[in-house]
Design a protein around this ligand. Structure first.
Ligand SMILES: Cc1ncc(COP(=O)(O)O)c(C=O)c1O
Length: 382
């Protein structure tokens, strides 16, 4: 019986050709022809934004934190139920992450608890589109507008998903994507920033290029380039962009294949949800899902541990995350909470993610059958 890993990176086939072309083209540093190709794809996707490739979503978030001009003592509102980079990017600038609970249905930032977390030090709201399902962006954007705050979307998991017909990552002033190998579209490590507010576009380019106006120089807009702002090196080389360009070309096909798998899981666990044995993901009617993740919410930590062990014994890797950031050692040191985080604390112990990758097709029934067997063999509530 072969092992079914949680993730297996999918290679579309054109990556080596693109990389060979980058090698013969002789432009191997950043912002060459393949980077431009990726930027064009992302700008078409977002419809009117400026796209900038980065090394990772972490780098895009760090770039966003600089553009947001947050400094020591400023506050940034975000969910505790997220990846460390969502908070770290702002902590690096001396800001305080203010952790707010998530909604029980989508596990996304609870928009109804955002306003009470705002203080005179608040600078930005960072909604995270968990599992590629949109946060309630219209209420969040409305709160931000009324309080003059930036909205920085952590869309790490959310490329090819939408909210009310608008692509995720394009709704806040800034949006950050991940192209890490665990994501739907990937380049090993990789990421991008969408600059949706034209007022931030020119500075974004400068901060990404070590605080210099080198991009303007390459476009012939200035006759020499120089140090004009703070910055760092956030841009990937052309080999990464060449790989990513091949993947982006297949973004729709990849998403469609993942959605087929996602729907098979969803159908298979419907009866168990009806029977109150687990809870399936919820996709609100105004969101489209990119099938980044299929998870189940089990009744307890003990049952989740048994489930993971049961699947492991059948050579199927299921995993969990996140340790809520407000309870992590560095989160406790640097951040504060606003309101009760009881949904976060409850679901973090009960959520399990099932394998989901392009190519899993023939083995998906084995995953489903093994999972169903667990519930058959495990009387309710033991
Ligand atoms: C919500 C979220 N934000 C940020 C990141 C960081 O992405 P990267 O690995 O591209 O830096 C991840 C990675 O999984 C993530 O899930």
């Amino acid at each position: 019986m072969n092992r079914i890993p949680f993730n297996r990176p999918f290679v579309v086939g054109a990556e080596p050709t693109n990389i060979a072309q980058a090698l013969t083209g002789g432009h191997l540093s950043g912002d060459g022809p393949f980077t431009r190709q990726c930027h064009q794809w992302l700008e078409r996707y977002a419809g009117g934004s400026k796209a900038l490739l980065t090394h990772s979503c972490t780098a895009a978030l760090e770039l966003a934190a600089i553009l947001a001009d947050v400094g020591p003592g400023d506050e940034v509102i975000l969910p505790s139920y997220t990846f460390v980079s969502t908070a770290n990017a702002f902590v690096l600038r001396g800001a305080v992450p203010v952790f707010v609970d998530v909604r029980a249905d989508t596990l996304n930032l609870d928009e109804q608890q955002v306003e009470q977390a705002i203080t005179p030090r608040t600078r930005a709201i960072v909604p995270v589109h968990y599992a590629g399902v949109a946060c309630a962006m219209d209420p969040i954007l409305d709160i931000a507008r009324r309080h003059d705050l930036l909205v920085i979307e952590d869309a790490a998991q959310a490329v090819m998903a939408s909210y009310r017909g608008r692509p995720l990552g394009s709704l806040g002033q800034l949006g950050a994507f991940s192209f890490h190998e665990t994501k739907n579209i990937m380049s090993g490590e990789g990421g991008a920033m969408l600059v949706n507010d034209p007022a931030l576009a020119s500075r974004a380019e400068i901060v990404r290029e070590k605080g210099t106006n080198r991009s303007q120089f390459f476009r012939g807009q200035v006759d020499k380039y120089t140090w004009v702002d703070v910055g760092s090196s956030f841009l990937p080389g052309e080999m990464v962009a060449a790989f990513l360009a091949a993947q982006l070309t297949e973004a729709e096909a990849i998403t469609a294949r993942r959605l087929t798998l996602w729907r098979r899981y969803h159908a298979a666990f419907g009866d168990l949800e009806q029977a109150g044995r687990l809870r399936r993901p919820v996709i609100p009617a105004d969101c489209t899902n990119n099938a980044h993740m299929y998870y189940l919410l089990l009744p307890s930590l003990a049952e989740r541990t048994d489930f993971i062990d049961h699947m492991k014994a059948r050579d199927i890797q299921c995993v969990f995350h996140y340790v809520p950031l407000h309870s992590a050692p560095y989160g406790r040191r640097t951040g504060r909470t606003s309101g009760s985080l009881h949904v976060t604390e409850d679901i973090a112990d009960r959520l399990v993610r099932l394998p989901l990758w392009v190519g899993l097709d023939d083995q998906l029934d084995r995953v489903i059958e093994s999972a169903l067997e667990f519930f058959r063999d495990q009387p309710r509530g033991t």
